[in-house]
Write a protein that binds this ligand. Structure first.
Ligand code: AMP
Ligand code: MG
Length: 400
């Protein structure tokens, strides 16, 4: 039984391969203000030196190191940030403020704390000076022509800020993938409507639609799909031009799986049994050439499988290289007695440097994910004593 389960790595490798074969190459050019969460289609190359000219790292005085002999110097200029100074008269100094350009001829800055202003306005420097001190040389940070960001970089606040430091106002990014989100299940009702007998509210739709928007996708919200073959077929036919169909539910063993039936008849279908908990059943297929990923319906399973499989798949279709979330070992603040046949992703909080379990690890419980800081990964066949190291993935790595 356990031999038939597909390891998470194998499933991910397969999905990434499929993603590369269907890479979304179309691009668009956007102002920085509209590019957050998008993926660079071209490397970002510096069009200028940073800093563009040598400038002062301190509030103080700019001078020539060779002019310092312990004698007081006359102040012949005051240079604020944003000003363009003239050359420095030999044998004098300039009052200068942080970020202001160094005047031609000056090669060092002394901070004002080490300068004594005499009654006649001249300044005595109390300590010996070194050429270059407190100066940020031109091009120290970046040289014109250097590649600063690779193609395939996702643009977050820091990357957008970096574009701005280089004076870049527009970036060329991959177009948004269009992702259709389908929630399957006769029991599902949208929030705002009364719950009938046997019904539950549809949580996955909101979870996935908002997550996908944050990921830089254009969401085609296809609503709730009843457990009915004809209506499943009709709804798929209405979806229009999308890059991915993402459904939840209807993939459990033994259930009437209508999406699977349609794919088997009108497309292609692979049913994967993953060595993952929560999770396990996952559908991969194609409908009229459009890739379909069917995630399990229990909300915590949806979250884990989307995080570990569908999210990296989508990012790779946009050319993102680093799709694996950051993981690091933390000491377990719990014991784990029974070795599993599937790798378990447990919802934990870090308390005093240890991973503490949410009390209810059931795959239907989204509340535990909201409580958690992240997931710990208990490998197949492992037990854990308290204090043993276990892999931790912060949720903040995944929910972006
Ligand atoms: P299924 O894979 O359709 O058998 O669903 C597994 C479990 O997840 C069942 O308890 C479903 O009621 C639940 N479920 C499926 N889809 C959703 C959804 N969109 N929101 C909340 N729960 C769901
Ligand atoms: Mg169902």
């Amino acid at each position: 039984m356990s031999a038939a389960l597909m390891p998470v790595e194998a499933a991910l490798a397969r999905l990434l391969e499929l993603a590369e074969a269907t890479s979304i190459e179309e691009r668009e050019t956007l102002p920085l203000a509209e590019a957050r969460g998008r993926v660079l289609a071209e490397p970002l190359v510096a069009g200028l030196d940073l800093p563009p000219w040598p400038n002062s790292a301190m509030d103080g005085y700019a001078l020539r190191q060779a002019d310092w002999r312990g004698e007081p110097l006359r102040v012949t200029q005051r240079i604020f940030a944003g000003q363009a100074p003239g050359p420095l008269e030999p044998g004098t100094c300039a009052r200068i403020f942080t970020g202001a350009p160094l005047p031609e001829g000056a090669d060092c800055v002394e901070m004002q704390e080490n300068a004594e202003v005499l009654e006649d306005g001249r300044v005595r420097f109390l300590e010996t000076l070194e050429a270059g001190q407190h100066v940020r040389p031109q091009g120290q940070e970046t040289r014109r022509g250097e590649q600063v960001l690779d193609a395939g970089t996702r643009l977050g606040p820091v990357e957008l800020g970096l574009c701005a430091t280089l004076g870049v106002a527009e970036v060329t990014v991959r177009r948004k993938p269009r992702v259709a989100v389908l929630s399957t299940g006769d029991e599902l009702v949208e929030p705002g409507l009364p719950l009938g007998p046997g019904q539950i509210y549809n949580s996955n739709r909101r979870l996935l639609c908002s997550w996908l928007e944050q990921l830089g996708c254009a969401v085609v919200d296809a609503g709730i799909l009843p457990d009915d073959l004809a209506r499943t077929r009709a709804r798929l036919g209405e979806l229009g031009d999308v890059d991915l169909i993402l459904s939840t539910g209807g993939v459990s063993v033994g259930e009437a799986d209508f999406l699977g039936k349609v794919l088997r008849e009108d497309g292609e279908l692979e049913l994967w049994k993953l060595a993952i908990k929560p999770g396990k059943p996952l559908t991969f297929g194609r409908y009229k050439g459009v890739p379909v990923i069917g995630l399990p319906g229990n909300p915590a399973s949806t979250l884990v499988t989307f995080s570990l499989l569908a999210r990296p798949y989508l990012l790779r279709r946009l050319g993102v290289r680093k799709v694996a979330p950051l993981r690091f070992p933390v000491p377990a603040g719990f014991t784990w007695h029974k070795p599993g046949t599937r790798r378990e992703f447990l919802r934990v909080r870090l308390e005093e440097g240890r991973a503490v379990l949410y009390a209810n690890q059931s795959s239907g419980v989204l509340r535990g994910v909201a409580w958690a800081d992240g997931l710990v990964e208990v490998p197949e066949g492992r037990t854990l004593a308290e204090g043993e190291m276990v892999g931790f993935i912060p949720l903040s790595e995944l929910l972006v």
